[in-house]
Design a protein. Sequence first.
Lengths: 190, 162
Amino acid sequence: MKREPSNEAAGCRQGDAPDWEAWLDAHGARLLLYARQQTRTEADAEDLLQTALVQLVRTVEGGKFRMSSAQWPAYVISCIRRDACDLYRADRRCRASAAEAAEVAPKVHEDTPWLTSAADAAHDRLCLETALRAMRPDYAEVVVLRVWQELSFREIAEILGEPMPTIASRYRAAMQMLRQQLTPDFLDFS
Amino acid sequence: MIADDSEKLSPLRAHSPAAMPSALRARLLSAMKTASAEAREAADMAELYQPTPLRSNQHQRFLTAMQAVHTYPRRRYRAWWAGSAAAVAAVAVSLVIWWPQPTQVPAMGPKPVAPRVTMTRQVFGADASSHCDTFLMEGEDASRLVIRVSEKQPVLLPDDVI
C-alpha cells in the first residue's frame, strides 16, 4: 500500500473546491487507525477523528491553510493527537480514584480490529495487533505513523515535537521488539 | 538516519488499516460537508460585507491613541521615579535638620578659676575669699562688681578697679 503520489487524484487541486468524499476514502482508514491507537475506546476514536476532520475543512475552506493538500493528513494527525491529550487530561481530572482509572484501562479496543489482511494471514494480523497494543504507546505511535501513515521521520518529529534522532531510535527499538515477539517466518524485515 | 525501508516493511504493510465502517464514513462526510458549507458561507459574507475603511482623520486619531498607549507605561514609570527621588530627598533634608545634636561632654581636668575670683584676690589679698560669700556682676553691661562679704554691708567697688 503506497501513498497516492498526488492528491489531485482525490480531487484536491489547489484553488478548486476539494472533493472531501474522495479525500476521505483515500485517507480515512489510516487516520482512523491512528485515532484508535491514540484512544481507549472506539467512540473516542471516532469523535476525535470527526473533530479533526471538521477542523481541517474549516481551515482549508477558510483560506487559513496555505500548505499543499499532501500535508493535510499530517495536520489531521496533529489535531487528533492534541485532542487526545486534552481528552485524557480532562478524563484524569474527572475520575475520582486510580481504581476507576484501572477499571477503564482494559477496555482498549478489545473487539475492534485495527488492521485487515488476507484470509490466510489472519493469525499474523492478530499477532501483529497484539504486539502493537502491548508495546509502549510512544513506540507504537512511531510505528503506526511510519508504517501505515507513511510519514517521513522529519514529519513524525514535527508532529510529536521530538528531535528526529529520538524518533529514529524509538522506531529501531520498536522494530526490534516486533522481531522478538513475532514468529520468525512472519517477519523478515531485518 | 534510517534509510528507506519500504521494501523491508512490506510484510507489515501487507496488513492494511481496517476499513472505515460505512455508518462512520457517512457521519464523517456529513460533518465535513456541513463544516465546508459553513466555512464557504462565512467566506462569502466576509467578501460581501467589507469593513468600512477608516477616514483620514480617524486614521490619524487612532494612530495617536495607539502611540499614546504605547508610550503610557514609560511616562508612568518616569513619574514614579521622579516621585521616589523627591521623597528620598525630603527625608534626607528632614534628617539633617532634626538630627539630635550630641550633648556637650564636660572637659576633664581642674576647673578653671573664675576671672572675677582672681580679680577679687588681687583687690582684697590672698585671704579675701574666706571673707566673701558671693561675687555679683551688676548693671546691663556688667560694669559693676558687687562683693557680698559676710557680716558686712555690700561693698561697691569703683569702675576703675574692675
